[in-house]
Unconditional design. Structure first.
Length: 358
């Protein structure tokens, strides 16, 4: 496999740091440029971070002395990279403008940001679920007037604790769902040291999160028609998203009604057998098993289960009949690994194998 030169835009942030770790000695990608705000530009990565390293794993050696560039200087990045990963914190319109500037400079962008998720010609990928959505990249290239530049995104971290669990059950026609998510503070790019108000506290509000949690699954389950993604109409989803005092790991409590109500055995079998292209292609960050079900009543727990398969697996538990809905259960995913940088790296691995960066 050819190695691609990769850039990390927003390399100094919480998600950018995850990219730095996941791309250390990666078989497909070599980090050749890193960028962030003008505040960090011109400094070494270590100087720019100035004590802001937020992960519980050490900063990789390869990146410590790399010079951080200004993310807006696309021309100089163009010489250095074949593609970029993007995780910057800017207003949506500015993120979209910047990502399109990279794409128009013929640099493919694999993004964590939400700015382009709603566009019908931008694939929003969970590679196990909707790899066929990459077909819309051709339409996008026509819109942008590019030969190899395009944007692919990953969905919001919150939905990765329930969309993978519902997908293999779509044959039973779920039509109504209630989901409550219990979301870690790293989802806001924070640690407890930076957000002491979260110790011993729960905040019943995460700006914009419920809208994303209800809308984004419909695109993931959508079909490609006439070169664009047409969103699914069902199941309708209503959500509440709650911030809880957990460092990493988003837990979801899910209630579902089905038109063709499955048995418990059918649900467990569908989860057990569910795999996709990442597993078949043995991509470097593919979890060996996508969904793992726990029989114990008190599992999955964020602390003990979030790191399953390097934080790329989804765990489930407490599947039982409900008195109002048909079934209820819980799901868990690691928000900065599967839900952010890891999901983007897995998508990029899939795009690489399929030749999208050539
Ligand atoms: P973060 O820790 O606050 O990092 C923000 C990054 O953006 C830093 O690298 C920062 O550079 C850079 N930045 C800020 N202003 C900039 C500018 N004017 N020009 C260029 N770069 C600029 O945020 P995060 O948690 O990593 O999140 C990054 C993005 O990913 C956000 O859009 C977030 O919504 C999304 N996301 C986060 C998660 C998660 O679990 N944390 C999950 C999914 C998606 P400096 O250090 O130089 O300021």
């Amino acid at each position: 496999m050819k190695k691609y030169r990769a850039g990390i835009i927003g390399a100094t942030g919480m998600v950018g740091q995850r990219f730095a770790v996941l791309l250390d000695s990666h078989p497909f990608f070599e980090v050749t440029a890193i960028a962030a705000s003008p505040r960090s530009a011109g400094k070494t990565y270590t100087e720019a971070l100035d004590g802001r390293w937020k992960l519980d794993v050490p900063m990789p050696e390869y990146i410590k002395d790399m010079i951080v560039r200004d993310a807006s200087d696309v021309d100089s990045m163009k010489e250095l990279v074949d593609m970029v990963f993007c995780a910057i914190d800017l207003p949506k319109a500015e993120v979209r403008a910047l990502e399109e500037k990279y794409a128009k400079a013929e640099i493919p962008v694999v993004s964590n940001n939400s700015a382009c998720r709603g566009l019908e010609d931008v694939p929003m990928l969970i590679p196990e679920i909707n790899p066929e959505h990459t077909a819309v990249i051709e339409t996008q290239k026509k819109r942008l007037g590019t030969k190899r530049g395009f944007i692919a995104v990953k969905p919001n971290c919150s939905i990765q604790s329930y969309v993978p669990l519902i997908t293999p059950l779509l044959r039973y026609e779920p039509y109504e769902m209630v989901v409550t998510t219990y979301q870690a503070i790293s989802g806001a790019g924070k640690t407890f040291a930076q957000w002491p108000e979260m110790i011993d506290n729960v905040i019943p509000y995460i700006g914009g999160e419920e809208e994303k949690s209800e809308k984004e699954p419909m695109k993931i389950w959508g079909k490609v028609e006439n070169g664009v993604v047409v969103n699914a109409a069902l199941p309708v989803i209503t959500t509440q998203c709650i911030r809880v005092p957990v460092s990493n790991g988003h837990l979801a409590a899910i209630f579902v009604k089905f038109r063709k109500n499955p048995t418990k055995e059918q649900i467990l079998e569908a989860w057990d057998k569910f795999e996709g292209e990442p597993q078949r292609l043995k991509l470097p960050h593919a979890p060996e098993k996508f969904i793992t079900y726990f029989e114990e009543n008190d599992r999955p727990q964020t602390k003990s289960e979030r790191e399953i398969w390097g934080g790329m697996g989804i765990t489930a538990g407490r599947l039982r009949k409900d008195t109002v809905y048909d079934w209820k259960f819980v799901g868990l995913s690691h928000n900065t690994l599967r839900g952010a940088a890891g999901g983007a790296v897995l998508s990029a691995e899939y795009l690489a194998v399929k030749g999208f960066f050539d």
